[in-house]
Structures are given as structure tokens and as C-alpha cells.
Design a protein around this ligand. Structure first.
Ligand SMILES: N[C@@H](CCC(=O)N[C@@H](CS)C(=O)NCC(=O)O)C(=O)O
Length: 228
């Protein structure tokens, strides 16, 4: 809780971000907000997925997190759209670092693969006992994506360039989950660059700044402003 911090000047507060600390989609949205938006420009509302607040259900009946409700009435319901919106609020320098024009298609395709076949395998790898095949089977399926990331990291420090891009921010929360299913396996796996990339991101100030714990939001609570 941060009520000791000064509250955001009203002209800076842009809207409300509904989030869930451990959700990788919400993590990527918070990462983008932390990078691209002015300090304390949003109100952060931590959601319990089993008990979503009516305020969220009203603006977004599909009720996944993250959701960004802007003060102008616009509601952005997809993590990738939230990232893009936050990037649009930033500077040309940020845009050319995080989403360089000549890499837009490749970045988009890699995030598609992350959110598609890799997430599919990750969900089954995490809870193999609820599915037909073994943990190893689903891990192997996910590994084809890890191999792709490893080969990208052979060329650059980050996935597409020598600097962090939207691809890194979008994807590492999911690789983090994959690594956590069997940390021992991951740490001994044949992806040294991926392991180093993930560790560096997990240890970064940026990541730690978006992983602060908050109590679930209830109407009338003292507002939590984000990013810090
Ligand atoms: N395509 C959505 C997916 C978001 C999503 O599935 N979030 C999960 C939490 S990690 C969720 O809210 N699930 C709804 C629920 O569990 O009730 C996005 O990118 O924002």
C-alpha cells in the first residue's frame, strides 16, 4: 500500500487498471504502464478472479484481466491493446525502441505464438493431471517455443534487438510460469541464453516494481496509484 505517497494530480490520472498480480497478461500490461505512463497516472484495482467486482463486470462482461477503463469512457479489454495504448501515450523514442517499424510484424507474430500454441502447452504442462497426456508431453510441445526464443537470443541480448522491446515484456511473464512448473528442469535445460534473459528480467527493478502486493479492491478503499 502506498497511501504515504502523494496522490496523483487530477490532470495526470488517466483511468483505472483492473489487474491481478499473478496473471501474466496483467503483468505485461503493468510492465507497459510502468514503462510508458507517467508516475501515478492510473488507479490500480487488484481483482480476485473468483470474486470479480461488479464495477469490472459492468464495463467488461467478458471479465478477464487486465482491463483499462479510461477517464474518457473507453474500455480496453485485451492486454496487448493496453500495451499499445500506453506506448502511444509515450514518446517517439520509446516507440522506436519498443516497437520498431521494421520489426512490428515479427514482434506481433512472436506474441501471437506465445499467446496461442505456447500458452496452450503451458496451461497443460502446469496442470497435466487434468489433461490426457503427461507433463513431459506438454513440456515438449512448449519447448519448441523455448527453442525459438533461445535462437533469437543467440543473435541479440533481447529477443529482437540489443534493447528491451514489446516482445520481451509481453512474453517473459509466460516463460516465467513455464520455468516455475519444474524449476529444476528449467535450470538444467539446454537454453542458457533464455535462462539468463529470464533471470535478468525477473531481477530487474522494473519487474519488482510491478509485483508489489495489494489487497483486493473494494469500493470506497483508499486509491492505489500506479505506476509508482
Ligand atoms: N486475451 C486476454 C486474456 C486475459 C486472461 O485470460 N486473463 C485471465 C487471468 S491470467 C483471466 O482473467 N481469466 C478469467 C478468469 O479466470 O475468470 C488478454 O490478453 O488480456
Amino acid at each position: 500500500m502506498s497511501d504515504s505517497k502523494p496522490s496523483a494530480p487530477s490532470n495526470l490520472q488517466l483511468g483505472i487498471l483492473y489487474s491481478f498480480r499473478r496473471c501474466p497478461y496483467a503483468m505485461r500490461a503493468r510492465l507497459a504502464c510502468a514503462l510508458f505512463l507517467p508516475t501515478q497516472s492510473l488507479e490500480l484495482r487488484e481483482v480476485v478472479l473468483k470474486n470479480k467486482p461488479q464495477e469490472l463486470l459492468t464495463i467488461s462482461p467478458k471479465a478477464t484481466v487486465p482491463v483499462l477503463q479510461l477517464n474518457n469512457g473507453k474500455v480496453i479489454e485485451e492486454s496487448r491493446d493496453i500495451m499499445l495504448w500506453t506506448l502511444e501515450q509515450s514518446s517517439n523514442e520509446f516507440i522506436s525502441q519498443y516497437l520498431p517499424l521494421h520489426l512490428q510484424l515479427e514482434i506481433d507474430e512472436l506474441i501471437d505464438e506465445n499467446d496461442g500454441s505456447f500458452k496452450w502447452a503451458l496451461d497443460r504442462y502446469k496442470y497435466a493431471d487434468r489433461h490426457e497426456e503427461s507433463e513431459e508431453y506438454y513440456r515438449k510441445l512448449g519447448e519448441s517455443f523455448l527453442e525459438k526464443l533461445e535462437s533469437l537470443l543467440e543473435k541479440n541480448h533481447y529477443l529482437f534487438t540489443e534493447e528491451l522491446s514489446l516482445a520481451d515484456i509481453s512474453i517473459f511473464p509466460f516463460v516465467r510460469q513455464f520455468a516455475h512448473v519444474n524449476k529444476k528442469w528449467f535450470e538444467q535445460s539446454n537454453y542458457p541464453r533464455l535462462i539468463a534473459w529470464l533471470n535478468a528480467l525477473l531481477e530487474s527493478e522494473l519487474f519488482n516494481s510491478i509485483m508489489e502486493k495489494y489487497q483486493p479492491w473494494n469500493a470506497g478503499d483508499v486509491k492505489i496509484y500506479f505506476p509508482k
